[in-house]
Ligand binder design. Sequence first.
Ligand SMILES: *Cc1c(COP(=O)(O)O)cnc(C)c1O
Length: 382
Amino acid sequence: MLSQRLQRLPPYLFAEIDAMKRQKLTEGVNVIDFGVGDPDLPTPKHVVEAMRRAVEKEENQKYPSYEGMPSFRQAVAEFYKRRKGLKVDAEREIIALIGSKEGIAHLPLAYIDSGDFVLCPDPGYPVYSSSTILADGRPYFIPLKKENNFLPDLESVPDDVARRAKILFLNYPNNPTASVAEREFIREAVDFCRDKGIILAHDAAYSEITFDYHARSFLEFGHEGVIEFNSLSKTYNMTGWRIGFAVGDADVLSGLLEVKTHVDSGVFQAVQEAAIAALTGSDEVIDENNRVYRARRDTLLKGLEEAGLRAEKPKATFYVWCEVPENCTSMEFTKKLLNEAGILVTPGVGFGKYGEGFVRFALTRDVSIIEEAVERLKAVSW
Ligand SMILES: *Cc1c(COP(=O)(O)O)cnc(C)c1O
C-alpha cells in the first residue's frame, strides 16, 4: 500500500496524452511533438571534451563533497558576475545540485512542518507543489493570469495563509507561460517575503534563454531570505547531465544542504568539471542557442497567426503559450491537434487549473519541422 503522502499527489495528467501519442505512432502518423521541454540541440563540444578528460582522473572516482567542488562554485560565482553583474560568495552562498529539480524538491523538507503553506504559481512547474505535499505541507496556488502578464497578485494571498507560509516559489522567465518579470515586480516579491518572513525561492532555469531582453537575478535586491535555483540544463543543452546550483542566502542554503547530506552524496566531479567548462566558456554558445530559438519562435508565431490562433511573442524561454479557441478546453484542443494535424502540444491544465484556456508549444523542433506543422495547422478548422 502506498503511503498517504504519495497518494495525495495529483494524478499524472499527461498519462492519457502519452497513450494517445503512442497510439498515433503505431497507426503510422508522423507526429510532430512540441510537448517536450528538452532541448534538441547538443551539448557544446568543449563541454563534452572536458568531461572526457575529467572521467580519466582517478580523484574523480571518489565521493564528491556535498556542497560541490570549490572550483565549481567559483565558476558559478564568475557566471553570476559576468551574466548578472552580481557578486556572490562562492564558499558560503553557492551549493551544487543534481539538477535544479533536485534542490527544488528538497527545499520544502528543510523548512516545512505539517500544515505549513508553500505559495506556488498556477500554472507552474509541478515540482513546487508535489515537493510541498511530500513534505506534508500545503500548496497554496496563486493564479498567474493573462490580464496581469502572468505575474501573481501577492496581495491576494489571505493573511492567515501568508502567516503560515514558509516558502514562495516563483519562476521567471516562466515555464509554461513564457512571461517575464521586470524590476518592479521582483522588488515587490522580495519585500513581500521579507515582510512576512517567507523564503523566496526563485527558479531561474530559463534566465539565459532571452531575446532582446535581460533576465535579472532576484538577488539584485539583496540576499537575505532569497535563494535562486539555476541549472545548466537549458542554458547549455545539458538536461541529461544533471547539474544545477542554488545561490543566495547562506542560512537558507544550509538547511537545504543539511537535507541533501542525508539523501545524496553530491554531483559526480567529472560532471562538475564539465560544468565549469560550460560556465566559464564563451557566451557565444548561449547567443547561438538563442538565435536558433528566436528563428523558431518567429516561424511558429507567424504560423499561429495565419492559422487564426493567438499567442504573445515571448521575450524569453523556448515556449509559446497559445490561447485555445473559444468553446474548447485545453485538453480537447490538444486532442484535436493530435487527431487532425498529428501535432502534439501540452494542455495548459496540466500545469494547474489556471492554465486552462492555453496550450504550450516547446520550440525544441527545427524550423523546417515547425513550417510543416504550420501547414498542417492551417488545414484544421476551429
Ligand atoms: C527544466 C526546468 C527545471 C529544471 O531542470 P533541471 O534539469 O532539474 O536542472 C526547473 N524549473 C523549470 C521551470 C524547468 O522548466
